[in-house]
Design a binder for this molecule. Structure first.
Ligand SMILES: [Zn+2]
Length: 248
């Protein structure tokens, strides 16, 4: 009934092809996220009513499937997908890609299926210069030592590869807000907007990536793919080792 009522022509979900007038509510209504204008974290209408895809997952589809050919069937590129979102994960798996690996550190708590491997981003069991593509979509904000994680991602990326490293980011704050002395869930929720977030990234987020050696290209394709119902403010952060700079 909800699907019928919501059918329209304003948006079209690239995962399930549902054409809609709008999306379901998602995200946190925490005060600090609003105050800091955190892109990709605030309460908003962004979830597909049919398949449950989120705006940031559809943004990945737009980039990986339309601007790049990573969702094309049968290619042999090596892909690492950290904390795989279900719809994007299904797309990769149905494309029959022998080089696709997905995993999460918390394989028990999240009801992941068996093919999601136990992978610790702080200690990756892959050789250096291994992956053509790494997807890490809203993961780094959960990790206390994000510098170590970024270093590991840098290590396993091929010289000509690219890592898509999305985080919620404050539009109006220059410097990342974090405090490692905070131990309580309540305090983290108050300061960072979610009890399992370690910080709110500021506009210096790209410096954290370039600090370990990444070259960062920050692009906005959300307007181009407005039909997918994307967050118009959400940029894509493409990190490379510098030998090839993507230019979507
Ligand atoms: Zn959908």
């Amino acid at each position: 009934m909800k699907l019928l009522w919501n059918t329209g022509s304003r948006f079209k979900c690239p995962f399930c092809n549902y054409s809609s007038r709008g999306h379901a509510l998602m995200g946190s209504n925490s005060a600090v996220l609003a105050e800091k204008e955190v892109i990709g974290g605030q309460r908003r209408r962004a979830r597909c009513l049919k398949c449950g895809s989120t705006d940031r997952e559809r943004l990945m589809f737009a980039y990986l499937g339309n601007e790049r050919d990573f969702l094309t069937k049968g290619h042999d590129k090596k892909i690492l997908h950290i904390a795989p979102e279900s719809n994007l994960n299904s797309k990769f798996r149905s494309a029959s890609l022998p080089g696709y690996v997905c995993g999460d550190k918390f394989t028990f708590g999240y009801n992941y299926p068996e093919y999601v491997k136990h992978i610790d981003i702080l200690d990756l069991s892959f050789p250096e210069n291994h992956f053509d593509l790494i997807i890490c979509n809203h993961v780094l904000e959960h990790i206390p030592d994000d510098n170590l994680a970024i270093k590991e991602l840098f290590r396993v990326l091929k010289p000509e590869g690219e890592a898509i490293l999305q985080v919620p980011i404050s539009a109006n704050t220059k410097y990342t807000v974090e405090d490692h002395t905070i131990m309580s869930d309540e305090k983290r929720k108050e300061l960072f907007g979610q009890e399992d977030h370690m910080r709110i990234y500021g506009q210096d987020y790209t410096d954290r990536l370039s600090h370990v050696g990444f070259k960062v290209t920050r692009v906005n394709i959300s307007k181009k793919y407005n039909l997918y119902g994307l967050n118009q403010q959400e940029d894509i952060f493409i990190a490379t080792k510098g030998s090839k700079t993507p230019n979507p």
